[in-house]
Design a protein around this ligand. Structure first.
Ligand code: CO
Length: 298
């Protein structure tokens, strides 16, 4: 890997790790979700990096893709199991890492299992390893602990300004036909549940991503698409960021975003919930494949 590129991956990784530690220290019962999210965003911006995606804060049976809404009133509560997933980019080179915080949820074993599965998988991220071998290790670690992996959430390859490159990294053994190469970059993210092991989409959509430039009849739609492709570099963004910058009322914004989703200008990421409402824990690191795998977010 080009040394400049490696430096950018390392810088993104350090900032991401520091932000997770900071978030971890802030998350307590009674604290508002939006407060934590905004402070982390501030920290990323002040460090000179950019967002690779909106700070995901997903509670309990929600596995992923929840974040602070405009004027979000929710606060963390005693008993919550909180997934904090942060994405940072430096010149497009991405660090993606997550941790789970238990606020007396009694579900600590779920996270310990996710960490164990992740730790074992990371050691295998060497050139020549077939993806299914790593996936199998993740799956077995989770099942042997008496839990289920989420089968329809996967790790993913990372490219410059691309959060999901073509290669998926399943948390269960599949027939994915890919052998790891030196310098490949992946985000590995085992999700562990005491439910049945699958997520489904909810009605809640706060996160979007640019697909194609097809404005609707609303003048605002053109501005939103411009921001999505230029300011956010085609990476996922959240409604709140648009609201901050364009001062469109939340009602109008919902209308325009829905139209842009319907005409395939924007891709929507609904919040994902475990189908049996099982609790979900997540552990995630970004790793560069090598004879000594380099975990950029550790
Ligand atoms: Co992530």
């Amino acid at each position: 890997m080009d040394p400049d590129v490696l430096d950018k991956y390392k810088k993104a990784g350090r900032i991401c790790r520091d932000c997770l530690e900071f978030g971890n220290s802030m998350i307590n019962p009674g604290v508002k979700i939006i407060e934590v999210v905004e402070q982390i965003e501030d920290k990323i911006t002040k460090s000179g990096a950019g967002f690779a995606f909106p700070i995901n804060v997903s509670l309990n049976e929600t596995a992923a893709h929840d974040t602070a809404d405009i004027g979000d009133m929710r606060a963390f509560q005693d008993g919550d199991l909180v997934k904090l997933d942060i994405g940072v980019q430096v010149d497009g080179y991405i660090a993606d890492s997550a941790l789970t915080i238990s606020l007396n949820s009694g579900k600590e074993e779920l996270y310990k299992t996710a960490q164990k599965a992740l730790g074992r998988a990371l050691k295998l991220m060497r050139p020549g390893t077939p993806v299914p071998v790593v996936s199998q290790t993740i799956e077995e670690t989770i099942r042997n602990a008496g839990f289920n992996p989420i089968i329809n959430l996967t790790g993913h390859g990372l490219d410059r300004y691309r959060l999901h490159s073509r290669i998926e990294f399943p948390n269960v053994r599949t027939d994915v036909n890919y052998v790891l190469k030196e310098g490949d970059v992946f985000a590995l993210e085992p999700f562990v549940t005491d439910g049945s092991g699958k997520v489904t989409e909810t009605e809640k959509v706060l996160i979007y991503m640019f697909i194609s430039d097809r404005p609707t009849r609303f003048p605002e739609s053109r501005k939103i698409l411009e921001m999505a492709s230029d300011m956010f570099h085609g990476l996922p963004f959240t409604k709140r960021w648009i609201n901050q910058r364009l001062k469109i009322s939340p009602l109008k914004l919902n209308l325009v975003l829905r139209q842009l989703e319907q005409n395939n200008s924007l891709y929507a990421y609904p919040a994902l919930r475990e189908i049996k409402n099982g609790s979900v824990a997540q552990a995630e690191h970004t790793v560069i494949v090598g004879d000594k795998p380099r975990i950029t977010t550790a």
